[in-house]
Design a protein around this ligand. Structure first.
Ligand code: ARG
Length: 478
């Protein structure tokens, strides 16, 4: 059992207590961020004259070597250490002796873990953003290919008005676009450095917090040391954004599952993204879509967990906060996996344009347009609504669509109908005439697709900073 404390204790920690308390099994996830934070801290300590240059060089060399040895498999992170911070410090002291004991000068594990978690989360925000961007590119491609692929639009899962596949997919484009902007907000708000806050009340050493913040690519240092060590808002915000992403993915998956059913057959999921049944040979199941839908609960769970953990914690750091990690890591991995798989599934999915169009023709999706036709000929909308209602009843009885009736039959219900009504209620006209911005009409759809292209070409302000953290170590290596 290797731990950083023990001076004031008279008994050894009970093994079970030790294991219950330890976090190395999961905080090793941010091993490289822990090294990075230490490197920044040590460079700053030397600049401030708190460490000599020789001490700084020895520590940096030791840290870089530890990182290399772990990465290349020569040094294993084992459970004999309490946490990743102890692992690094113990190994450093073993390698370079007394200078290693100065690494923790002016620092506490409270601000150390706060900076590690922030660095790690910040990087994950960027990864998730990249995956969202890839998904948006795929969706935009589907939209461009399907500007005139007619399908029924639904309300209450009942056919309502005709739309196009481009329009339907475009709704999800908007959702995932908002998800990206949420990530950008979070990134901006969380990008302040807690290092130097100490245990809770800063330190008596003349640390330069602006300097460490800038080395680590933060906008600046945080401004209250108690808040710095006990703020996990960014974890909550990130989990909330991840939950929203999952909610969007899950809704889309639900539709794909419906569309893939034998009753609809709007889509065919590629063999690579479906699975069979062990008993029913005819089956090809949409398991990936179902799993993504199912895993949504797991990500919501992580959000609920951290919200509940944080609600009763007095200032400043309390050990409860160690619970911010496992479920968060799990949620991040889950969302990244789901985004990548979902993107592959929709990219390879076949859309049955014939089936969609056929379905759009049935179910009186042109009833509103038939009413609008009468309005165009002077009938007040409320009366037109009543006339078409009666027309629909007549059609249900005859088991046909409005467009299947003869002009005589139509005129019997309202003399206002003329031969041009057939053109007016055709699928093409129904869609084409929906020309307000945001509607499925071909021209406005093209306009919106143009805006999306422009949006995707611009990129995201922080995208270039993606591998900044790694560069810091490489600089020192070089
Ligand atoms: N493992 C701890 C965590 O994850 C690190 C901070 C420990 N600080 C302390 N005072 N015990 O929160």
């Amino acid at each position: 059992m290797a731990q950083l404390w023990g001076g004031r204790f008279t008994k050894e920690t009970d093994k079970l207590v030790y294991r219950f308390n330890a976090s190395i099994s999961f905080d090793q996830k941010f091993f490289s961020q822990d090294i990075e934070g230490s490197i920044a801290h040590v460079i700053m300590l030397a600049k401030q004259g708190i460490l000599t240059n020789q001490e700084k060089d020895a520590i940096l060399k030791g840290l870089v070597e530890i990182r290399k040895d772990v990465e290349e498999g020569r040094l294993a992170i084992t459970e004999e250490y309490e946490d990743i911070h102890s692992f690094v410090e113990a190994n450093l002291i073993e390698r370079i002796g007394d200078a290693g004991k100065k690494l923790h000068t002016g620092r506490s594990r409270n601000d150390q873990v706060a900076v590690d978690m922030r660095l790690h989360t910040r990087l994950e925000v960027l990864y998730v953003n990249e995956l969202l961007k890839e998904l948006l590119c795929t969706l935009l491609h589907i939209m461009e290919e399907n500007i005139d692929t007619y399908m029924p639009g639904f309300t209450h899962l009942q056919k309502a008005q005709p739309v196009t596949l481009a329009h339907h997919v475009g709704a999800y484009f908007e959702m995932f676009k908002r998800d990206r902007s949420r990530l950008e907000d979070i990134y901006r708000r969380m990008n302040y450095c807690p290092l130097g806050a100490g245990a809770l009340a800063g330190t008596t050493y003349p640390l330069d917090r602006n300097y460490t913040a800038s080395i680590l690519g933060f906008e600046g240092p945080t401004l209250n040391s108690m808040d710095s060590v006990s703020d996990r808002d960014y974890v909550i915000e990130f989990l909330s954004a991840l939950s929203t992403i999952m909610m969007h993915l899950s809704r889309f998956c639900e539709e794909i599952i419906i569309w893939n059913s034998d009753e609809y057959r709007f889509v065919e999921i590629d063999d690579a993204y479906s699975t069979g049944s062990s008993i029913m040979p005819q089956k090809k199941n949409p398991d990936i879509a179902e799993l993504v839908r199912g895993k949504t609960g797991r990500v919501y769970g992580a959000l609920m967990s951290i919200l509940t953990t944080m609600k009763g914690i007095p200032l400043a750091y309390n050990k409860d906060m160690q619970e911010d990690k496992e479920l968060t890591f799990d949620a991040i991995d889950t969302v990244k996996g789901c985004l990548a798989l979902f993107e592959g599934m929709v990219r390879t999915m076949k859309f049955r344009k014939d089936r969609m169009e056929k379905s759009a023709m049935k179910g009186f999706t042109n009833a509103t347009d038939a009413a609008d036709y009468l309005v165009g000929r002077g009938v007040p909308f409320r009366d037109a609504h009543g006339i078409i209602g009666r027309l629909v009843l007549y059609c249900i009885d005859k088991q046909c669509g409005i467009e299947d009736l003869s002009i005589e039959e139509l005129k019997k219900i309202s003399p206002v109908f003329e031969a041009d009504v057939y053109e007016a209620v055709s699928l093409k006209t129904c869609v084409e005439k929906r020309l307000t911005l945001g509607a499925p009409g071909f021209n406005v759809m093209r306009e919106v697709i143009g805006m999306h292209k422009e949006y995707l070409s611009k990129g995201w302000k922080h995208e270039n900073e993606m591998f900044k953290d790694v560069t810091l170590i490489d600089d020192i290596n070089g």
